[in-house]
Design a protein around this ligand. Structure first.
Ligand SMILES: [Zn+2]
Length: 139
């Protein structure tokens, strides 16, 4: 049975399959798609990944294919994604047609948390809503 490529679907940087970073922390590769199975990739010196690459020169990042060998030579794999948000357990996604707006910025809301509506960017993280002294929702 042939192995499946589980990373064939292109994802957004916050959903990246892997995040690699240079030792100095200046370069970051968000792996958004892999073209081959791990088995074939290991045999291919020129295997590539589709990445968003953030560097001091391009802080907003640019998208492109990068040689896997190059990334592995200069970077180490992070065990977390700096862009991934820790969504609070109490948050529920809401549908755009509900026409709710974010309490923080007025953009269309995508989350409801304890009766307040938030867009993706303003939704508090799990850390922010946890703990006594930071919990403004219990007052
Ligand atoms: Zn907002």
């Amino acid at each position: 049975m042939a192995a499946k490529n589980l990373c064939a679907k292109t994802v957004t940087p916050d959903q990246a399959y892997e995040v690699w970073q240079s030792i100095d922390g200046f370069w970051t590769w968000y792996v958004l798609k892999k073209y081959q199975t791990p088995e074939n990739e290991a045999k291919n010196l020129y295997a590539r990944w589709l990445c968003k690459v953030v560097t001091p020169i391009v802080p907003d990042g640019e998208y492109g294919d990068v040689y896997v060998s190059e990334i592995k030579e200069y970077a180490h794999k992070l065990d977390y994604n700096p862009l991934a948000r820790n969504i609070p357990q109490a948050a529920v996604p809401i549908f755009p047609q509900e026409n709710e707006t974010c309490v923080m910025c007025g953009d269309p809301a995508t989350w409801c948390l304890l009766g307040f509506h938030y867009c993706d960017g303003c939704l508090p993280t799990g850390e922010e809503t946890a703990g006594e002294e930071h919990n403004v929702w219990n007052s």
